[in-house]
Write a protein that binds this ligand. Structure first.
Ligand SMILES: [Zn+2]
Length: 346
């Protein structure tokens, strides 16, 4: 896996901040932890932690996703609470009890939080990070281009109901409830660039030759023109361009996308989840975190599961791991979606 430079930079900032706060007393940890989670979940902050039976300890980025509906009562009359989250991306469960916060993972190694870092990450929860500087919600803009080859069979309304409406519900209710999503459907060859009527898309893209090996690059070039005005801003990565087409793409595939990029192509003759799948790639979701789940008495494929098998149903959802990837990407994002994104077929 390639670690984006922005993450590396952030980790360095945390390491420096930790070295400045090592004088804090360990018994403050539970109180400080409660204060941070009370500001709103999910929240991410830097911690120092060590194994309960010794070791010198290490620094990590911890995310607390939710408080579990559990209350603990110990024989000495003390109480505790529990939280689910991740430590450097791995699932953990955190228990706050009697002045301590301890972390358990699937390896049954209990680690104790020995310090917490009052960096901006500790005081600003994710909802706060999800606000623009003027306090309004940050906005995801998804532009769909409807290729000429599907217009005899589909209207923009059909596309919306079959492929996009349920994705929007999942994104706004479950994954990014603190952001606003604006969806634009385009039939014209020349939709205006973001906020700038003077930047027009290259003409003829709605008749894009789908047998062209560079079809995805053509869409990416169009995205670059459309989003030129916002590139380099904090929210550049929240602008996406998806071309919807009929039929198969070159190589008998149903879709392709730039991983963590701005542009994708999806065929509406593929699976009902193909649009959500390609959008998932654009927002950092991965095949490896896709899964076949058992829901409602039958097996279903999550949005990012790479294999379509007709006997299984569709979950119309991302797995929890991919929800986390999408949320992290939407909040932090790269500064440019045009540099370093990798093309992925299907
Ligand atoms: Zn894929």
């Amino acid at each position: 896996m390639i670690i984006p430079t922005s993450l590396a930079r952030r980790c360095l900032g945390i390491a420096i901040a930790l070295s400045l706060t090592t004088t804090a007393r360990a018994d403050d940890v539970a109180t400080r932890f409660e204060r941070i989670v009370a500001e709103g979940l999910p929240t991410t902050f830097a911690i120092h932690h060590r194994a309960v039976d010794g070791d010198e300890g290490t620094s990590s980025l911890m995310t607390i996703d939710e408080r579990l509906p559990v209350e603990l009562a110990f024989p000495d009359g003390t109480t505790g609470s529990m939280y689910a989250g991740t430590l450097d991306g791995h699932d953990i469960v955190a228990t706050r009890h009697d002045g301590h916060v301890e972390l358990d993972d699937e390896r049954h190694l209990t680690r104790r939080v020995t310090d917490m870092t009052p960096t901006p990450h500790a005081t600003r929860n994710r909802r706060a990070q999800a606000l623009a500087q003027d306090g309004s919600p940050r906005t995801v803009n998804v532009h769909f281009l409807l290729h000429e080859n599907l217009r005899e069979r589909f209207t923009a309304d059909d596309i919306h109901h079959d492929y996009v409406a349920w994705w929007l519900k999942d994104m706004t209710k479950t994954i990014l409830p603190f952001m606003r999503i604006v969806v634009h459907y385009h039939m014209s060859d020349m939709p205006e660039a973001e906020g700038s009527p003077s930047h027009m898309m290259p003409g003829g893209i709605m008749r894009l030759d789908l047998r062209n090996a560079n079809a995805l690059q053509v869409v990416a070039d169009a995205a670059e023109v459309m989003f030129a005005r916002v590139d380099g801003t904090a929210d550049a990565h929240l602008n996406k361009l998806v071309m919807l087409v009929g039929g198969e793409l070159k190589g008998n595939i149903d879709g392709m996308a730039y991983q963590r990029g701005a542009a994708a192509i999806a065929s509406v003759d593929g699976s009902y989840r193909v649009v959500a799948h390609e959008l998932g790639h654009l927002f950092g979701a991965e095949h490896d975190d896709g899964a076949v789940l058992y829901r409602g008495g039958w097996w279903c494929e999550s949005n990012m599961y790479p294999v379509v098998f007709q006997l299984r149903s569709k979950c119309y959802a991302y797995t929890r791991e991919n929800q986390r990837r999408i949320r992290n990407y939407a909040i932090a994002g790269p500064e440019s979606v045009f540099a370093g994104a990798t093309p992925i077929e299907d």
